[in-house]
Design a protein around this ligand. Structure first.
Ligand code: CMP
Length: 138
């Protein structure tokens, strides 16, 4: 079994579609084994998205992800990282396949409703960023 870190982003929490997204996650065969709702501070967001700090969209990304509540989650399945990336669809919703979370719900490349870890190393770093072992109930 593998674990990945998911974030339901502020555009989705504002529209009260956390439940709809969770249903798509569970229907894809991913178990939600930890979950909490919080508002990221600017410092936390800058650290979480540190790999993107040289990108032109970095400041907008930090402003967006701190603009409202997020729901952070640990998802578990066989091949959870790849499975969740398939379930989310492409980063840019215009390129996302029909039936994916981003095709159905995302508003733009920035307000794209969900984040998922992109590798096993990053999944571990990102899960540890938000959760203690006791908060994850597999
Ligand atoms: P996420 O998977 O959370 O990781 C970084 C985020 O940067 C990405 O999703 C997008 O929402 C956001 N982003 C904003 N603008 C761009 C862009 N031009 N290219 C890639 N990602 C972008």
């Amino acid at each position: 079994m593998e674990r990945t870190l998911s974030i339901i982003k502020p555009d989705a929490t504002k529209r009260s579609i956390t439940g709809k997204i969770n249903a798509m996650i569970e229907e894809a065969g991913l178990s939600i084994i930890a979950q909490k709702r919080l508002i990221l501070s600017v410092v936390q967001a800058e650290e979480f998205y540190g790999v993107h700090k040289e990108r032109p969209f970095f400041r907008d990304l930090v402003n967006f992800i701190t603009s409202g509540p997020v729901v952070v989650q640990v998802l578990e399945a066989e091949n959870a990282i790849a499975l969740y990336r398939k379930t989310m669809g492409a980063t840019n919703p215009k390129e996302a396949d029909k039936g994916t979370i981003r095709y159905e719900h995302a508003e733009s490349i920035e307000a794209n409703s969900v984040h998922g870890s992109d590798s096993s190393d990053n999944a571990k770093i990102e899960i540890d960023f938000f959760f203690t072992d006791e908060e994850i109930v597999g």
